[in-house]
Design a protein around this ligand. Structure first.
Ligand code: GCU
Length: 591
């Protein structure tokens, strides 16, 4: 019996319609550097409709074939030009009230004109962030499929363009247990093309990627360059750092070049965030950036920045805004960093729980804070699923490709609060090895949980980490605060520990006795007890309390929360400070 009976109608009977697009999957290997490149924006108004049964794919609407093979017009159920407009970049949840809780597919459409500028030029579409899966169609053809809500992807479209081009993007925001993150998260699942979209032209042979950094252990006197060239396979590049008197020619063969160059740069630090104007050029192409040079390393159980021991005075922050959802902007980022540096007296931000916009680390380089960046291997990921591992590895690979020239980024994190199972141990050990293979210049960490039975810090993943992150909520989720003292006394980690989460909920403006949950006084009193214990523990070398701002979460519904996680030191308005803010600020002033 054929599995396609005579009455099989693909439009209504097909079920495995997504399969064909797997062949168009784009990964970190397709990502091109846009550092210093002229880009042409595709931001602005796109047409949009919600497509919960994914007829863009299931019904082949992306082909826009309005006539049968006899040339007779067919009744089509779509008319992309007639769909209502939506802003790009933005999350549809904050743009359309009726889509606030919509977690399925949204379809974006626009046209754009193309005119060749240079003979032999190559053209790429570049998306900075599309949550979660993107199916990209150009003039009726699928050109890309990408997984990962928070990392960029590029796709080459050379030779596929006309004078006027039609682009459709199906954005699937579904939570799925085999995705990264999976269905259960304590943050809001926004959907959409929520970061910039660019059109990028390059010469036929162009600089695809580069990595420039201080050579660890070189006594701050050598910088290393690795770069890749797409197109002609051998030639000569020129690295220019005027302020250091560097004009270094570097050969490349088989598309790869590297060099180690003597240099004594002024070192980057939060106190003195020195950046150099750098350019790398080959015949006809150039990348440029502002790059800082510093050495961040672990020595025994100390954390050193440029050879000086540092206490990582930090705070966590989500990419979440009442009005912008998961989109953000320069003003919000600058105010966040200013608040942390100047008012909280911090030097460190944990960008939870996924890669934030590339703009954050660019501004952090300039303003001077250190960053922990992570991928959302969060809670119970499908650790035994090879596809899930590939997704996680690709997301951290795209993150590292994007931010590896950022001095502010000092820690890559491979996960958060994961159960200590064998599958998880293998999954995250492999991730840690992968991270070190592509970037040996930063620390690898993860936010682990306390062994509550043994009452100690004892996650076997610590063997694979440079810094042990530990989340603990004694005095909140575990009302027995005294347990913290026992856990610290029972623990003897051989590596530095950062308390990567600690805190309590409080509604701004809700006051009462310090033993009453959800009051500012309760949160304040807990912070006083916590900073006392943390400050007195010799192996704790940093803390990033949970969290700077209240943020949307789809499991926080009591009358204090009203759809927000209220552990912020500042209300979701990003202005109203709670009493506990000063406790942490005073503590950091002493460190
Ligand atoms: C966990 C988790 C956070 C969560 C926080 C909380 O530690 O890592 O994502 O928001 O606890 O419960 O508020």
């Amino acid at each position: 019996m054929s599995n396609k009976p005579g009455n099989f109608n693909p439009e209504i009977h097909v079920t495995d319609y997504r399969k064909e697009f797997e062949a168009k999957r784009v990964t970190r290997d397709c990502l091109i550097s846009i550092d210093g490149r002229k880009t042409e924006s595709l931001n602005g108004k796109w047409h949009f409709y919600a497509d919960p049964i994914e007829y863009l794919l299931r019904g082949g609407w992306y082909k826009e074939s309005r006539y049968d093979d006899q040339g007779r017009e067919k009744p089509c159920d779509y008319d992309f030009e007639a769909m209502e407009e939506i802003k790009v970049p933005a999350t549809w949840n904050t743009e359309r009230p009726e889509l606030f809780l919509y977690e399925n597919m949204g379809v974006y459409f626009r046209t754009f004109r193309y005119k060749q500028h240079e003979e032999g030029e190559r053209v790429f579409l570049h998306f900075e962030g599309v949550a979660y899966r993107a199916y990209v169609f150009l003039n009726g053809e699928c050109i890309a499929m990408h997984d990962g809500a928070s990392t960029p992807f590029s796709v080459e479209v050379t030779g596929k363009l006309k004078d006027v081009n039609r682009i459709l993007v199906g954005v699937d925001a579904k939570r799925q247990d085999d995705r990264v993150p999976m269905t259960n998260t304590d943050w809001f699942n926004y959907g959409g093309i929520y970061r910039d979209v660019y059109f990028v032209r390059t010469p036929g042979t162009f600089l695809k990627d580069w990595f420039l950094r201080l050579v660890p252990g070189s006594g701050y006197s050598e910088i290393a360059l690795d770069f890749s060239v797409d197109g002609s396979k051998s030639g000569e590049a020129l690295l220019t750092i005027e302020e250091l008197g560097i004009k270094e020619k570097v050969r490349y063969e088989d598309g790869i070049g590297s060099a180690v160059i003597k240099a004594k740069p002024e070192l980057w630090s939060p106190e003195s965030p020195k950046l150099y104007d750098v350019s790398l050029s080959i015949d006809g192409d150039e990348l440029s950036d502002k790059i800082g040079f510093r050495e961040f390393k672990v020595d025994g159980n100390r954390i050193l920045l440029n050879g000086n021991e540092v206490f990582m005075k930090g705070i966590c922050v989500h990419e979440d805004d009442v009005y912008l959802g998961k989109s953000t902007n320069e003003c919000i980022i600058r105010e966040t960093i200013r608040t942390v540096k100047e008012e909280l007296h911090g030097v460190f931000l944990r960008l939870a729980h996924y890669p934030h916009t590339r703009l954050f680390s660019k501004i952090a380089d300039e303003m001077g804070v250190m960053l922990w960046e992570e991928i959302p291997v969060y809670w119970s990921i499908a650790f035994g699923n090879e596809k899930t591992y590939k997704d996680a590895e690709n997301q951290i690979g795209e993150l590292i490709k994007r931010d590896k020239n950022r001095a502010s980024v000092v820690i890559w994190s491979v996960g958060n609060e994961n159960p200590d199972t064998d599958d998880r141990f293998a999954f995250m050990s492999n991730l840690a090895s992968y991270v070190r293979s592509v970037d040996p210049t930063r620390a690898v960490s993860a936010a682990c949980l306390v062994d509550e039975v043994g009452e100690k810090i004892d996650d076997r993943l610590a063997d694979k980490l440079d810094i042990i992150g530990v989340n603990e909520y004694y005095g909140w989720y575990n009302p027995d605060f005294s347990k913290l003292g026992r856990v610290l006394k029972n623990s003897n980690p051989s590596k530095p520990v950062i308390i990567t989460e600690v805190g309590a909920g409080a509604r701004a403006g809700n006051h009462g006795p310090s033993d009453m949950l959800w009051t500012e006084e309760f949160q304040e009193a807990l912070y006083m007890k916590q900073v006392k214990e943390i400050g007195a523990c010799p192996f704790i070398k940093g803390v990033s309390p949970w969290i700077l701002y209240d943020f949307r979460a789809q499991r926080r519904f009591n009358h204090y929360q009203e759809g927000f996680n209220r552990k912020g030191l500042i209300d979701a308005d990003k202005k109203t400070k709670k009493l506990a803010f000063k406790v942490l600020s005073d503590f950091y002033k002493t460190k």
